[in-house]
Each structure stands twice: as C-alpha cells, then as structure tokens.
Design a protein around this ligand. Structure first.
Ligand code: HEC
Ligand SMILES: [Cu+2]
Length: 384
C-alpha cells in the first residue's frame, strides 16, 4: 500500500517534468506577459494564504478535542469516542416535566441546553459568548473575507484584461497568423513576406498579430509574451505585445484541434532590429536558383512528384498554398511546425514518411527512387 502510494506520488511529481525545459508564463519577456504573471502570482499567494488559514482553523478544534481526550484518559477514564455521549446522559438526565410536549421532550438540543443552563448560569453566559464569537467568525470568514478576496481578484483581473487587450500602437508590426491542421501560416502584409511556423519580430517594437484559422478552432499561445487566444473560423482576433528580450520563444496550439494538436508548435524569434532587417531582406527575395545539375534535377522532381500541388516556392511555378511556403525553408530552424530540427535526415524522413513523423498530416507519402530523393533533398537545401 505504502509502496503504491509512493509510486503514485512519484508519478504525479514526474508529470511536472519535461524532457526539455518549456517556456513558461512565469518567465515573462513582454509587459503583457509580465502583467499576466503578476495576476497569476497574486492568485497563487492568495490561494496559499486562504489554505493556510482554513487548515489552521481546522487544526484548532482537532487539537482541542485530542487534548480533551488525552486529559480524560489521563484521569483514568476510558477514552472511547462515545465518552461525550455518555456524559450527556449521566450529567443531564431529562427532567420529568409534565408540561412539556412530547416533541419537546424528544428534542436532544433542548435536553442538553436547558439542564446545563439551570445547573450553572455562568456557563450560559459562556455559551452565549461562544455562539456570538462563532457567528462573528462565520460572517467574517464565510462572507466578508471571501467577498473581499474575490473583489480584489476581480479588480486585478479586470486591470490585466485591459492592459493586455489589443490597442492600436504607433509603429506596430502587423503579422497575419493563420492556423491550419497542424501548422501555422505566417504573412507580413506590409513587408510582403510569407513563411510558416516561425515568426520573426524585432525587440522593443509593438507587434500586432491578426489571428484566424483556415479550418477548425486553434489557440495561439506563446507563454513568454502573451496569454492564449483562440483562432476562430470567420473571425479575426487581435493580439498585441511588445517583446523586451531577444530569444527564441516556444509556442503551442492550446486548443485541441485534432490528432496532431500536440505537435502544433510555433516559434517566436525576437531579434535585434538590424538582424530582423537582414531577415526581412532575405525573406523578401525570391527562392535561390538551383545551381548544380543535381539541384536542377531536384527542382524537376519537386514539380513532378506533386509537391508543387500544395507548396509554393516564390520565383518558380510552384504557387500552391495548401502546405507551408517553402521559399526559404532552409532558413528555418525547425520542420513540421516545430517538432523536428531542420536537418537533412529529418527532411528526408518527413518526405518519405510524413504520417510517421506527424500522424494526421495531410501531406501524402512519396515513393521516389533513391537518387531522385537525394536530388530533391539537395534542391530543398538550396532554399535558404
Ligand atoms: C496534399 C498536399 C501536400 C503535398 C502533395 C506535399 N505536401 Fe509537404 N506539406 C503539406 C502540409 C499540409 C504540410 C504541413 C505539415 C505539418 O507540419 O503539419 C507540409 C509540410 C512540408 C514540409 C515542412 C515545412 C515546414 O516548414 O515545416 C516540407 C519540407 C514539405 N512539406 C515538403 C514536401 C515535398 C518535398 C513534397 C513532395 C514530395 C510535398 N511536401 C508534398 C502538404 C503537402
Ligand atoms: Cu491547433
């Protein structure tokens, strides 16, 4: 039994551990995330305070009854649990009052109170004082304090709600993010850039995300910069934040959207302004031309194997938008919505066995001759 309990608690503790550390809201990298973190901390500590007080109040009578029982047994009386019950019967026998109704005579409370009051008027005063204290405690602890705590939380969450809501900012960078099963399409309308799964932004500049979906409801969530917000069909939800720290922040679809929901990861890449400008320039360019015969052959395979039916490579005949834009595929740090590093092996596995890499992926497996596959990989690696 103890062993099972220990195993169960170990399991519970271990569920809190990931193989790799995940980005948390408690490590904010924008004023918006910081406000959300503040609200979370306030709720946590209020909860802890309430828990401690309630447990304390519970401990007082428990301790008192334990002490009474211990004293009773010290005095040599049996410390059985029906001790009190026995006392009542012995000390306060119901008086044989003729005037009493039958109902009165059978009410145990009346039997207990009246003879005690008659026996000792001081005890009556004490009982009244006790009752008053108890009702005061009930009012205070049951109504006034909880109402005050709830009011405080209401005000705090209202404040955070308004400080994190979308407001138009000067010089904000506008980005459209569209949820797909199971990846993120990313457009920069003013910069004429299309990419996927990795969103680059400059540090210390307000960013505005226009969030929608192509299919089912998803939820966009990059914990270190903002809270989660749903992507709803036929609706555009806005999210503004100002990243104050550079780095690569992990995000995750936060609304169950199908079999590969857990494998729908996004990255926010917050860069210094000049690095971001360089990235923009690179992304605005058309795809790199294949140079060697092998790469040219790879481009032919790409078109003929049907990849171009779903993917776009700017500057070529491939213009479809069913899957991620591959124009600058090689410049991305991850593959298949953040679940694989962008290496040649992972790329090969994704092309040969897309359903093994990500179940539910709409991309069909391809059967290519080994040399065709090599050529295709060579071509894809050119797409810096
Ligand atoms: C029926 C449409 C379809 C076809 C055909 C298709 N793909 Fe895809 N592809 C997708 C979709 C959808 C995704 C996004 C999968 C995900 O991450 O959930 C994808 C993802 C990818 C990715 C990862 C992109 C990224 O940024 O993570 C690569 C690379 C890729 N496809 C290459 C190919 C190649 C090469 C072919 C041809 C052999 C091909 N695809 C054929 C739909 C297609
Ligand atoms: Cu999703």
């Amino acid at each position: 039994m103890t062993r099972r309990l220990a195993l169960l608690s170990a399991l519970l503790v271990l569920t809190g551990c990931g193989l790799e550390p995940r980005d948390r809201i408690t490590d904010p990298a924008s004023p918006q995330a910081s406000d959300i973190d503040g609200l979370w901390t306030l709720s946590l500590w209020l909860g802890v305070a309430v828990w401690i007080i309630v447990m304390g109040l519970l401990a007082v009578p428990l301790l008192r009854s334990w002490r009474q029982r211990r004293d009773a047994s010290d005095r040599g009386r049996p410390a059985s649990s029906d001790d009190d019950h026995l006392d009542v019967e012995v000390v306060c026998p119901p008086p044989a009052d003729e005037a009493r109704t039958r109902a009165d005579a059978t009410a145990p409370a009346a039997e207990l109170d009246e003879p005690l009051a008659v026996a000792d008027p001081h005890e009556h005063d004490d009982a009244q004082r006790d009752a008053l204290a108890r009702s005061r405690l009930l009012w205070l602890g049951g109504i006034v304090v909880p109402a005050a705590i709830l009011l405080l939380l209401l005000i705090a969450s209202g404040q955070v709600g308004s400080s994190t809501a979308h407001v138009e900012r000067d010089g904000e960078l506008e980005i459209d993010v569209i949820g797909h099963m199971f990846w993120w399409e990313v457009h920069y309308p003013e910069l004429d850039i299309t990419t996927a799964n990795e969103i680059h932004v400059p540090v210390d500049r307000p960013v505005r995300l226009n969030l929608t979906t192509e299919d089912v409801i998803h939820s966009f969530w990059i914990p270190r910069v903002h809270g989660k917000i749903d992507m709803i069909p036929g609706r555009e939800n806005l999210l503004t934040f100002e990243p104050t720290e550079t780095g690569r922040f992990r995000g995750q679809c936060a609304e169950y959207c199908g079999i590969a929901h857990a494998q729908m990861v996004a990255f926010l890449e917050v860069q210094e302004a000049d690095e971001f400008d360089a990235w923009v320039e690179q992304q605005q360019a058309d795809a790199a031309e294949p140079q060697t015969d092998q790469e040219v052959e790879g481009q032919r395979v790409f078109i003929e194997a049907g990849c171009a039916a779903c993917h776009a490579v700017q500057g070529t005949d491939a213009v479809a938008g069913v899957g991620p834009d591959l124009t600058h595929l090689a410049s991305r740090g991850s593959l298949a919505a953040g679940i694989r590093p962008n290496t040649r092996d992972d790329l090969q596995e994704l092309i040969v066995d897309p359903w093994g890499v990500k179940p539910g992926n709409p991309m069909p497996p391809t059967t290519l001759e080994p040399d065709e596959l090599e050529a295709l990989l060579d071509y894809l690696e050119v797409l810096e």
